[in-house]
Design a binder for this molecule. Structure first.
Ligand code: PBE
Length: 307
């Protein structure tokens, strides 16, 4: 049986890979790799040909941080509000054409497997020193659904685990199947999350997620684990602010998609009294500005600045 996924999904990620792999030209390949110095794009060329930072959904934490970075570093680029799928598509196209491109990036993410990319240094530390991804729940979940609460609380994995699932999905595997593949290969880990927990009989659990590759991977894995324990998971795909709001008002039960302490600091400030933080389910997440290796800059303060 499969859990319900309420909301839209995107097939764009697959298109991106095909576009990115289809062309073995001599620009150092179309993955953005650099084979010799001539492939490097100078700071002047970048200033001349770059007018935007390619962003994602306006409500994402990495977008808040980027608006702040533009201010702090006085960056002379517009921030394009797109979506995660369009961001990776734009990245692929620009790399294919050996053009400058700077995106709002995060790790774990499959884009680092598909392209040769780097984070720009952040001397003013706008993007923080790394985040963890936390599990959050509505108030009262522990009393109402102790088994689900226990499993959600035990859920913990590594960036490599998450990347395995993301890459599987990005290569075209169905989200639920990718989650199952990972579980089949990591049954010992999953057994630790469910150790000592009683199975239930068809209890519905509503999980909120945003359509970011990271959260699609984690939410589908925890949904599959819950399903195996007798739950009927429903996945509610929402915009970032509503993910927090829906837990605070009790209209969903839990989420594994809270990036803290930095990325979602504004949401945490707003909603922390009305929900419960169950702590990290993954350690070592990162956000920042990301460019292809062939751009000959290393730091955010080398991006074009306003006079
Ligand atoms: N992200 C992925 C999210 C959190 C998960 C980095 C795009 C954000 O910026 O809010």
């Amino acid at each position: 049986m499969n859990w319900k996924h309420i909301g839209t999904t995107s097939g764009l990620a697959l298109v991106v890979t095909l576009a990115a792999c289809g062309n073995g030209d001599d620009n150092g390949g179309s993955t953005g790799s650099v084979e010799d110095e001539a492939d490097m794009m100078s700071q002047e060329d970048i200033a001349e040909n770059l007018s935007v930072i390619t962003g994602i959904e306006p409500g994402a934490g990495v977008m808040d941080a980027t608006r702040e970075a533009i201010d702090v570093y006085n960056i002379d680029l517009e921030l394009d509000e797109l979506s995660s799928a369009f961001m990776t598509q734009e990245l692929a196209t620009r790399i294919e054409n050996h053009e400058p491109v700077v995106v709002t990036g995060w790790s774990p993410h499959w884009k680092f497997e598909s392209f040769d990319l780097k984070y720009l240094d952040d001397p003013e530390n706008v993007y923080g020193d790394g985040d963890n991804i936390h599990t959050i729940a509505r108030l009262g979940l522990e009393d109402d659904m102790p088994e689900a609460y226990q499993i959600m609380d035990n859920f913990f994995w590594t960036p490599e685990d998450m990347e395995t699932v993301m890459l599987d999905i990005e290569e075209g595997t169905d989200e639920q199947e990718a989650a199952r593949n990972w579980i089949n290969d990591n049954q010992d880990t999953v057994d630790e999350w469910t150790a000592g927990v009683e199975e239930v009989d068809g209890q519905q659990i509503d999980l909120a997620l945003v359509n970011w590759d990271t959260e699609v991977a984690s939410t589908n894995v925890i949904a599959a684990v819950l399903e195996d324990m007798g739950f009927e998971p429903e996945l509610f795909e929402v915009e970032a602010p509503y993910m927090w709001q829906s837990l605070a008002d009790g209209s969903t039960d839990a989420s594994v998609a809270a990036w803290l302490p930095l990325t979602h600091v504004n949401f945490m400030d707003q909603f922390e009294d009305d929900l419960e933080d169950l702590g990290p389910n993954l350690e070592g997440a990162v956000i920042g500005l990301v460019v292809p290796e062939y751009m000959d800059i290393d730091s955010i303060d080398q991006l074009p600045t306003a006079e």
